[in-house]
Design a protein around this ligand. Structure first.
Ligand SMILES: *Cc1c(COP(=O)(O)O)cnc(C)c1O
Length: 377
């Protein structure tokens, strides 16, 4: 009984022959690292994103690390980002010795608020302690950030823009794939992401030839002419051939899955109108989301707990993304943020919770989710 939060087995049943033959091919040729599958999926996904270069890597976190390393981020640098995201977004900045500067979010899209971004950039300029270097915009839950405002703001302030598209691979902003925005875009192929593999994986996208060369170098320990010539520090950041083979099989049905996800989301939006005091998510005009999560907002934390209890009684999972905004995480205590510093992020974190979302969610299961939420006490 119950409903899965994400049903990856339903997807596997559709593509199992292609997955198995792809993995068999890797086993036969034996090039487990940097086999021909890597270039193959890199060029397929670069074309899908309308971007010149794609560099496969070992995870979304490594994608961000490689982007920051290639852009030369280090101690004394400020990187502006949202606190309402997965740990990795700001963690990579801090691990390189740079300082994440948290910017509050928009209460509708939950993405970085351009007005607060402008304030925080001026603040760091005025304080003259850190060098403002760049912005990491996140398309949280697969809904694109406000690129019309963020991109020129980054450019006019001499800042780089990294798009953390770990949740939004396949989404479009005014007709443009999200991974075509910014100096560099990063995504993740963690199994639960919109395009996932069967382990860890990620990819970095850029139109810039110089950045592409740097990304290729830092992916393999900063290699230069060959692997025993090291020009800079890097990481072990490669995607492996088997995961690339899995991605190739999954990509054949990915465009169709984006449509199915949007059908599920549209149906939720229509039906959830019957649930009082519940805010359904929305996508800005002329954008297509990919619904990495379908998150709704309750009136307050008590209302959320009541609704989650009803769902739990029916075996319906409703995890919270994200209960603690990053600026209040113990790991960032040294940055000195206090409760109240980023009020929209804090308010959303108290009210939000996710409903089951995947391309193969049946109408019956979806109706059960909605009727459970609508049930009178
Ligand atoms: C999942 C995720 C990452 C990290 O990806 P991994 O592949 O798990 O390392 C980074 N940023 C966001 C917004 C994510 O959701």
């Amino acid at each position: 009984m119950g409903i899965p939060f994400i049903d990856l087995k339903a997807q596997y049943r559709r593509i199992q022959d292609e997955v198995k033959s792809g993995i068999d091919a890797v086993l036969e040729h034996g090039a487990y690292i940097m086999g021909p599958e890597i270039r193959d999926i890199e060029s397929t996904l670069a074309e899908f994103c309308s971007v010149k270069h794609a560099v496969g890597c070992a995870s979304g976190t490594d994608a961000l690390t490689m982007a920051l390393l290639s852009l030369g981020v280090g101690p004394g640098d400020a990187v502006f980002t949202t606190p309402f995201t997965f740990m990795a977004t700001a963690e990579t900045v801090a691990l390189l010795g740079a300082t994440p500067v948290f910017v509050d979010i928009d209460p509708v899209t939950y993405n970085i608020d351009p007005a607060d971004l402008r304030r925080k950039i001026s603040m760091v300029h005025d304080e003259q302690k850190l060098t403002p270097r760049g912005v990491i915009a996140v398309d949280i839950f697969g809904v694109p950030a406000d690129y019309d405002r963020i991109e020129p703001m980054a450019k006019n302030n001499g800042l780089f823009l990294i798009v953390d598209a770990a949740q939004s691979f396949g989404a479009t902003y005014k007709g443009r794939p999200v991974c075509s925005f910014g100096d560099v875009a990063c995504t993740s192929f963690f199994p639960a992401k919109p395009l996932g593999c069967y382990g860890d994986g990620g990819m970095v996208f850029t139109d810039d030839d110089t950045l592409n060369e740097l990304l290729l170098s830092v992916r393999v320990h900063g290699q230069g002419k060959d692997k025993y010539d090291n020009e800079r520090l890097g990481i072990t950041g490669r995607l492996d051939s088997m995961q690339a083979a899995v991605l190739k099989a999954k990509f054949t049905i990915f465009p169709e899955e984006i449509e199915l996800r949007n059908k599920v989301a549209d149906r939720y939006a229509r039906e959830l109108a019957a649930v009082p005091d519940l805010v359904a998510p929305s996508v800005p005009d002329d954008c297509v989301g990919v619904w990495a999560q379908y998150c709704v907002m309750a009136r307050d934390s008590r209302h959320r707990a009541e609704l989650q209890a009803k769902l739990q009684a029916e075996g319906i999972p409703s995890p919270i993304y994200y209960p603690i905004p990053l600026h209040l995480q113990t790991a960032y205590a040294s940055l000195g943020y206090q409760k109240g510093d980023l009020p929209v992020s804090e308010n959303v974190a108290e009210r939000i919770f996710a409903l089951p979302m995947y391309p193969y969610l049946s109408n019956e299961h979806q109706d059960l989710v909605v009727s459970t939420l609508a049930k009178e006490d």
